[in-house]
Design a protein around this ligand. Structure first.
Ligand code: IMP
Ligand code: MG
Length: 179
């Protein structure tokens, strides 16, 4: 696994400090609210597991799984819900937990669908943001790190379902794509 990584972009230590900082901010901002953290599978699982433990106020959690229609490498923006929420959203302060915000098309579509279920509020926390890739009018309310427009893996993020279990964020060697 390690031999496929060109270089480390964000270390375990840096991630850990940032997640604590985000958790503290979220805890302050959502005090007295009805926080529900919703992880978008599968990329967000590692971030979610750490972030929820950095949140010190009562919070519900749930997960959604979506897949984008079409066969292209990049997201089309039209998503199919593979696993929906178990918990209704009425009166809930929804915080969508994402691994990386790239074009923003997936989250834009998801936000539209979820807003129709009458939550009290909808916000987005993403560990990574690639602002150069943006195609939709969407900005994260909380962001861990801005990253360059390169393909990154680890800490939940995959290439062809691999590298999710890498404990840091790394840039993949280009030859891995062309194999
Ligand atoms: P988008 O914002 O709709 O383009 O989709 C974002 C999704 O694309 C993320 O949740 C990831 O699953 C995937 N993605 C985008 N950039 C990367 C990357 O650099 N590494 C791994 N997955 C990525
Ligand atoms: Mg994802």
């Amino acid at each position: 696994m390690e031999q496929d990584i060109l270089r480390t972009l964000i270390t375990e230590q840096e991630i850990s400090e940032k997640v604590k900082e985000l958790g503290a901010r979220i805890s302050r901002d959502y005090t007295g609210k009805n926080l529900m953290m919703v992880g978008i599978l599968k990329g967000s699982v590692v971030f979610m597991a750490d972030l929820m433990r950095a949140v010190s106020i009562p919070a519900k959690i749930d997960f959604m799984s979506v897949s984008s229609y079409g066969t292209g490498v990049k997201t089309s923006g039209v998503v199919k819900i593979l696993k929906d929420l178990d918990i209704p959203l009425e009166g809930v302060d929804l915080l969508l937990v994402e691994d990386i915000l790239d074009s923003g098309l997936t989250l834009q579509y998801l936000r539209e669908i979820l807003q129709k279920r009458n939550p009290s509020s909808v916000r987005i926390v993403t560990l990574l943001d690639k602002p150069e890739g943006r195609k939709a009018d969407i900005r994260p309310d909380y962001c861990g790190f801005q990253v360059p427009d390169e393909f990154v893996v680890g800490y939940g993020l995959d290439y062809a379902e691999r590298y999710r279990n890498l404990p840091y964020i790394g840039i993949l060697k280009p030859e891995v794509y062309s194999k």
